[in-house]
Write a protein that binds this ligand. Structure first.
Ligand SMILES: [Zn+2]
Ligand SMILES: [Zn+2]
Length: 182
């Protein structure tokens, strides 16, 4: 994909965020503040203050908004939903170097809440993906009991399963058994 490291990182984090949603088939991965803290640490979200239950509620709402973008039925709908999300987010581009990462751009405004921070950085990454004409790369897993989302980075846009350890594997096994039965 023609995306820089930074954007790929934001897209991967957006996927992680959306996949904590119970709407993707599992338990709520942001059930409480310790889950939110763990998410912030695993995704190395910078400059985060002490988190509150208010942050938790706001981040869950942003998460659902991103989920709707990933599952939009067509590109115009994805554009409309993403614009709505971005319009609620203060954005201030700023070059930065921190924690050993090379020079990159942060989009969240100074003083942003965590939800605004995620909406800005992930929202801009998704906006660039749409601008590149890559909307179709936003996918939902095709495994029967899984609705996790992913960004298809394969060259021919052929990926249909999420990258959870189980989905790809078990579907290969099912296909293998089906072939043997045939
Ligand atoms: Zn950074
Ligand atoms: Zn899956």
């Amino acid at each position: 994909m023609p995306f820089g490291h930074d954007m790929a990182y934001s897209l991967a984090s957006a996927v992680e965020l959306v996949n904590t949603s119970p709407a993707t088939g599992g338990e709520d991965g942001l059930a409480d503040l310790s889950d939110l803290q763990a998410f912030v640490e695993s995704q190395q979200v910078s400059g985060v203050d002490v988190l509150t239950t208010r942050d938790l509620g706001q981040v869950r709402m942003v998460r659902e908004a991103f989920h709707r973008v990933f599952t939009a039925p067509d590109q115009p709908t994805a554009v409309r939903l993403l614009n709505a999300l971005l319009s609620e987010t203060r954005i201030t581009p700023r070059l930065t170097e921190h924690d050993g990462h090379p020079l990159h751009v942060h989009y969240f405004a100074p003083g942003s809440t965590l939800a605004e921070h995620l909406a800005a950085d992930y929202g801009v990454a998704l906006a660039h993906l749409l601008v590149e004409g890559e909307w179709e790369r936003l996918r939902t897993c095709s495994a029967p009991d899984c609705d996790r989302v992913f960004v298809d980075e394969s060259r021919n846009r052929s990926r249909v399963y999420c990258d959870s350890r189980t989905c790809g594997n078990r579907m290969h096994v099912a296909a293998y058994r089906a072939r043997r039965r045939a």
